[in-house]
Ligand binder design. Structure first.
Ligand code: PHE
Length: 335
């Protein structure tokens, strides 16, 4: 009679090593254990059956982990005091010569390059800010329910790790006012990490990246904004795209829109699958006014959206959590 513990050890080791671990569930080892049940005295069956069943559940969970790559193979223990030649390393770490920037850093650079080639300045967003920049200057009235939509963290002192890169809008407008009044225009993108108090799943993270655009001139139009965005997306994905917009509410723009692209066939799309990529609109007069820019003389547009979503579509990444996982299996694909 096969001992349950021996089978457990044997199968767990083989699950780790196998390329198709799920087949092991159908193999003779588990079946033999189940077959034993009918040979036992009725009063022994319950306890034994329970143990075998628990084993089966544990194996299934190990198989799922293996399949989803949750657990990397165990690495050899490291003697941290031993002299170590990084290139001779066989412990599964990356030798420094082959290391690279994080895929999000690389892609963010790519995004910023496209906008700077169009003539936008690029400004890094803050990782800690205040209520006035996150909400007040963006035309969110005190206690307005739209504030709740941003699930903001707050420090004990009342500071906010910003929940969107729009937190830079007021600064961009104030800094650009003189240039605007000298006959120029304001054209800037702000980019960086943003934070929301959200449960993490395949499409939500508490920490992610956004890129935001702000443009102000005497005669900015919605048409210019859509042209700019189309140009950006077509350059980023290297192909012609179908775009559409639908109305959306953000207190700092009027009208406000959601901007969507049709998933290109080259990226696994079927006709009519629309992906919402960002929020945008004409800058609300109150937002211009807060920066002392006269809304009767100047008009602007702004947009903001997540970087992960862009990158996921480009590379067919199905789960947002890969980015922050630090898993080499994932990161190596971007070497
Ligand atoms: N800040 C908005 C968000 O994160 C997006 C947005 C930016 C909408 C600029 C309009 C204009 O949801």
């Amino acid at each position: 009679m096969q001992n349950i513990e021996d089978t457990r050890k044997d199968l767990l080791a083989r699950i780790e090593a196998s390329d198709s671990p799920r087949d092991l569930l159908k193999g003779p080892e588990l079946k033999q254990l189940f077959d034993v049940i009918k040979t036992l005295a009725p009063e022994e069956r319950g306890a034994y059956g329970k143990q075998v069943n628990e084993l089966r559940i544990a194996l299934e969970s190990a198989i799922s982990d293996r399949e989803s790559g949750v657990e990397d193979k165990a690495v050899e223990p490291i003697d941290v005091t031993a002299p170590w030649d990084v290139n001779a390393s066989n412990i599964g770490l990356l030798p420094t010569q082959q290391g690279t920037q994080h895929p999000l850093t690389l892609e963010l650079e790519n995004v910023i390059n496209i906008f700077t080639r169009m003539g936008f300045d690029a400004i890094e967003s803050r990782q800690i800010d205040d209520d006035d920049h996150m909400f007040g200057t963006l035309n969110f009235p005190e206690n307005h329910p739209a504030r709740d939509g941003y699930d903001t963290f707050r420090t004990e002192e009342g500071f906010i790790p910003p929940a969107h890169t729009s937190t830079m809008q007021h600064r961009i407008l104030k800094a650009g006012k003189a240039q605007l009044e000298a006959g120029g225009q304001i054209a800037a993108v702000s980019y960086g990490r943003v934070f929301r108090n959200e449960d993490v799943d395949a499409t939500h993270e508490h920490t992610f990246y956004q890129c935001e655009g702000v443009f102000v001139s005497r005669d900015a139009t919605l048409g210019q904004m859509l042209g700019t965005l189309r140009d950006f997306f077509e350059t980023y994905y290297g192909q012609k795209l179908k775009i559409k917009t639908q109305p959306a509410y953000f207190p700092f723009v009027e009208p406000g829109l959601e901007f969507a692209i049709e998933r290109p066939a080259a990226l696994g799309g079927k006709d009519g699958e629309w992906l919402e990529m960002l929020g945008c609109g004409m800058i609300h007069p109150n937002v211009l006014q807060a920066a002392d820019i006269d809304p009767a003389k100047y008009r602007g547009f702004a947009w903001g959206g997540g970087i992960e979503r862009l990158v996921m579509l480009k590379y067919g990444i199905e789960d947002l959590r890969h980015f922050e996982s630090g898993k080499l299996q994932f990161l190596r694909k971007f070497l």
